[in-house]
Design a protein around this ligand. Sequence first.
Ligand code: BDR
Ligand code: CA
Length: 321
Amino acid sequence: MRKRIILDCDPGHDDAIAILLARGCPEIELVAITTVAGNQTLDKTTLNARRVCTVAGIHDVPIFAGSWRPLKRPQITAPEIHGTSGLDGPAFGEPTVGVQDENAVDYLVRTLMAEGEGITLVPVGPLTNVAAALRREPRIAERTREVVLMGGAYTRGNRTPAAEFNMLADPEAAAIVFGAGWPLTMIGLDLTHQAVASGEVVQKIRAMGTDVSRMVTGLLEFYGASYRRSGVAGAGLGPPVHDPCAVARVARPDLIAVQDAFVAVETRGEWTSGMTVTDFRGSLGHPHNAKVATTLDAEGFWDLMLTALQTFGGPAGEGLG
Ligand code: BDR
Ligand code: CA
């Protein structure tokens, strides 16, 4: 039985690759894509989801646009990593895939209340949509099969020394999501920095010779250059592809080892807002509320990814400039 997922994302280079992995791997049925402001403003992240689906020929997965700003804080975006479009690199044409009229938060509440026991929610951007859905209808926490999210870290941040970007962008939302009492897995930076798109990987993708492979290599080249500039990627290494790791955990749980922990999201710290304080040992005296990803089978992950990308077939000639 394929696992049915809703991907809540802010494309974003690694979000784009997460969409492709979710669509391309046989273990998963991608039910819908919901978009949120994060790497760029909502209009841009939504346009980018439509662009990726157009190039990949994904016409039967509805896209719903959601929250345009965090619950409480001023918006932050990540142009230094993802460019001014949020998906700089490839030249995109006009997308032919559209966006639904219904708001993403309404869609999440409606769908999770009706059929949540069969749905895994995979948020890979700031958690604003998911928190807004929980506020609107707290019972979605009992209905949803599980949440597997990309965000946080137990050792270090990336946007600040303490905080990972998705958590820093909307810490209040993240605190609501981690506190909701549903089965939740945190795929944080400690894990995603083991999923490095090396030069060898990029070469293998390029060699596929499809529109999707052209798009993905264009994305990885821009994204890799951003990471090299940021000083995060080591010389000769590639950039970490964060968001597909959450999809991979749903598709193939055996690829990602996890450990139970209590995770609290810092919302008041002077220097540490957005930090995911992770207590593996129980020293804070709180029951575990998350499974936290620790170790990736990187070879298995890239096998899964390359096989998924191969499913997209030859050039369709749509959506790339
Ligand atoms: C996360 O932040 C975004 O820039 C990426 O898309 C990913 O979801 C990594 O910190
Ligand atoms: Ca993202």
